[in-house]
Design a protein around this ligand. Structure first.
Ligand code: C5P
Length: 397
C-alpha cells in the first residue's frame, strides 16, 4: 500500500519530536522513503544524527546550505515527495504556514510545495485553544492542509487537555489516507451525533446531556482512515469533526429526514442521544406565565432512526451500528437492543455515575455483535474510536 511512497517529513520544535523518531521507524518498516527536515528548534529535542540514522538518509536543516542548493534546491526538495508531513507541527510553524512566511527551510518548503500537506499539531493545551491557533488552523484547513490530532491527555508540561501529538501509528493512518491508501478509502459513512432539542415553544425546549464528543471522535477516526464522513448532528457542545460533511438539525424528526437524505452509505453509526418523545402541544408563540395555570405538555413518540435504517428493505447500509448507554445489566439490555432494533453491532457502556464515564475522558465498552459480547479494556475515548474505526474497516473489507 504505502511501499515506495516518498514522504518529506518536517520536524518542528516541541517535546513531541521524540515521537517523530518512532514515526520514521514505522514509515521505514512500510518501505516508505522518508526525507527529513529539522527546524532549528527541533534540534533542541532530537539530534540530526538520530533522525538521519533512522531515516537512512541525509537530514536537511538549513535554507542557505549552498551544497544542497547545488545538489537539490529547496523548490525541488519541496516537490520530490508524494506528501509533505509536519510532525510535530508547533503553534509557531502553524502560524508561519497560515501567514505564508518563508524565513527558514521548513517554512520555505511548505510555501513552495505543490504536494498535499498533512500536519500533526502538538503544543500546550492553552496554546492549542488560543483563538490565534484556532484561527490559523481554520486558515490552513481552508487552504486544503490536512491534519491528524491532536489527542487529549496528560501533557509533558503537566497540564491536561487537547494538544498531545497523535501517536505514530495514527499519523501513519493519516498519511495513508492522505495518499489515497486509507483502509476506508471510497467508503461513505453516516454518523448521527449529539442531543436533539424538542421545542416546547419558540424559546424553550427539552434536551439531554449528550455533548456529542463520542460522535466527533468517531468521525475523526473514520476520516483518518480515508472515509467520506457525513455527520448529522443535533445541537452538540463538542467541537465539530475536522473533515466531514456536516448537517445540523434540532429535532429527532429533522434528524431522521437528514439521515434518510444522506443515504446511501456503506455504514451508518447512530451515536446521537435522540429524544424519545416530542411535544405535540408545542406552541407557536412563547407560553405566558400569566396564562391559565400551569401548562400541560402532551407528547408523541419520536421515530426510532436507528431501527428505521437497520430495517430498511432496500438501501440498507452494509453495517448498521447503534449505541447503548445503560446503568444496569449492560450486556443483557444491549444484546436485546441489538435484536429489537435489527442493527449489526451495538456499542454498549455502563454510564452509572460511579464509572465516571459520562463526561469523563475514558470509556469502558462492550461490543455486541452476532458472535456475542466482546469486553474491551478501559481506555481513552479517542482510542475507543480508533479501534472501532479499524473494526469497521475490517468489516467493510
Ligand atoms: O432505544 P435507545 O434510545 O436506548 O437506543 C439507543 C440507540 O438508538 C442509539 O444508537 C441511538 O442513536 C439510537 N436511537 C435513534 N432514534 C431514536 C432513539 C434512539 O436512532 N429515536
Amino acid at each position: 500500500m504505502l511501499a515506495g511512497k516518498h514522504v518529506l517529513l518536517i520536524i518542528s520544535g516541541g517535546i513531541a519530536a521524540f515521537k517523530s523518531l518512532d514515526l520514521i521507524r514505522r514509515l521505514r518498516e512500510r518501505d516508505v522513503q522518508v526525507t527529513p527536515v529539522l527546524t532549528r528548534a527541533a534540534e533542541q529535542f532530537v539530534t540530526p544524527l538520530s533522525v538521519s540514522a533512522l531515516a537512512g538518509t541525509k537530514v536537511y536543516r538549513d535554507l542557505f546550505d549552498l551544497t544542497d542548493e547545488a545538489e537539490m534546491g529547496h523548490i525541488e526538495l519541496s516537490r520530490a515527495a508524494d506528501l509533505v508531513v509536519v510532525a510535530p507541527a508547533s503553534a509557531d510553524l502553524m502560524a508561519k504556514m497560515a501567514a505564508g512566511l518563508a524565513n527558514d527551510l521548513a517554512s520555505t518548503l511548505l510555501l513552495a510545495t505543490d504536494k498535499r500537506v498533512l500536519i500533526a499539531p502538538a503544543m500546550n493545551v492553552r496554546m492549542w485553544d488560543h483563538p490565534a491557533t484556532q484561527r490559523n488552523l481554520a486558515t490552513l484547513q481552508a487552504d486544503g492542509v490536512l491534519s491528524v490530532g491532536p489527542n487529549s491527555g496528560d501533557m509533558a508540561c503537566g497540564e491536561y487537555g487537547p494538544g498531545r501529538m497523535s501517536e505514530p501509528l495514527e499519523i501513519v493512518d493519516g498519511i495513508a489516507a492522505a495518499l489515497g491508501e486509507g483502509s476506508l478509502q471510497g467508503k461513505r459513512i453516516l454518523i448521527t451525533s449529539g442531543p436533539t432539542h424538542e421545542p416546547i415553544d419558540p424559546v424553550r425546549y427539552i434536551a439531554n446531556r449528550s455533548s456529542g464528543a463520542q460522535g466527533t471522535a468517531l468521525a475523526n477516526a473514520l476520516a483518518d482512515l480515508g472515509a467520506e464522513v457525513h455527520f448529522v448532528t443535533g445541537p452538540a457542545s463538542a467541537a465539530m469533526p475536522r473533515a466531514a460533511q456536516i448537517t445540523r438539525v434540532e429535532t429527532a424528526r429533522a434528524m431522521k429526514d437528514a439521515v434518510m437524505a444522506a443515504l446511501p452509505a456503506d455504514a451508518a453509526i447512530f451515536a446521537a442521544a435522540v429524544a424519545d418523545w416530542h411535544v405535540t402541544s408545542a406552541s407557536d408563540s412563547k407560553i405566558k406565565k400569566e396564562g391559565d395555570g400551569l401548562p400541560i405538555l402532551s407528547f408523541a413518540e419520536n421515530p426510532d432512526i436507528l431501527a428505521g435504517v437497520a430495517q430498511l428493505k432496500t438501501g440498507r447500509p452494509k453495517l448498521v451500528i447503534g449505541f447503548a448507554a445503560e446503568t444496569d445489566d449492560v450486556i443483557a439490555h444491549a444484546t436485546a437492543k441489538r435484536l429489537r432494533k435489527g442493527c449489526d453491532w451495538i456499542v454498549a457502556n455502563d454510564v452509572s455515575p460511579e464509572t465516571g464515564i459520562m463526561g469523563g475522558t475514558e470509556n469502558d465498552v462492550t461490543l455486541i455483535t452476532q458472535d456475542g459480547a466482546e469486553d474491551w479494556p478501559r481506555m481513552p475515548k479517542s482510542d475507543v474510536s480508533r479501534q472501532l474505526a479499524a473494526r469497521i474497516a475490517e468489516a467493510l473489507g
